[in-house]
Design a binder for this molecule. Structure first.
Ligand SMILES: [Zn+2]
Length: 135
C-alpha cells in the first residue's frame, strides 16, 4: 500500500505516498477520484493537525531556546561589547547548541549569533560578546 516516500515542502515532513487508494489517515480503502488522499474531511483535518502540531511544537521549543539565549547575551552585554566565561553562561542557562547564524571573519574567527546578540569563543572558555548592527 505504501510505495514511495515523498517530501512535503510546505510542512517540511516526509510522508509515504499511497499509490493505492487508501486513506492517509485511517487506511480505509477510498472509493472515488484517483487523486483523493482521505476518505473524508475529518480524516484530512486529523492528518493535517497531527503534522502541524508536531512541527509547531518543535518550532516553539527552538524559538524558546533562542529567545532565552538572546536574553542572556543581552543581560551580560548591555553596552554592546563585553567578556564573559563559559560557566557564567552555563549558570544562566545558555544553550550552546542553538544559534541563528554565524559570521566568519577574514581571519577565520567565527562569531555565533542569537538574532543580533553574538559571541566569539576565546581561549580558556572565555567569550567575547558583541551586538550586530542592523542595517
Ligand atoms: Zn480515513
Amino acid at each position: 500500500m505504501f510505495s514511495s516516500l515523498k517530501y512535503c515542502e510546505s510542512n517540511r515532513v516526509f510522508y509515504f505516498r499511497c499509490m493505492d487508494k487508501f486513506c492517509y489517515e485511517c487506511g480505509t480503502e477510498i472509493k472515488g477520484r484517483v487523486d483523493k488522499k482521505f476518505c473524508d474531511d475529518s480524516c484530512r483535518s486529523a492528518f493535517n493537525n497531527k503534522i502541524n502540531n508536531e512541527n509547531n511544537a518543535l518550532v516553539k521549543k527552538v524559538n524558546k531556546i533562542l529567545r532565552k539565549n538572546r536574553t542572556i547575551l543581552f543581560a551580560l552585554n548591555p553596552d554592546g561589547k563585553a567578556k564573559t566565561n563559559k560557566s557564567h553562561l552555563m549558570r544562566a542557562g545558555f544553550n550552546f547548541e542553538y544559534f541563528t547564524h554565524t559570521y566568519t571573519t577574514k581571519e577565520g574567527k567565527t562569531y555565533y549569533f542569537c538574532y543580533e546578540q553574538g559571541y566569539l569563543p576565546l581561549e580558556n572558555d572565555w567569550y567575547f560578546l558583541v551586538v550586530r548592527e542592523e542595517n
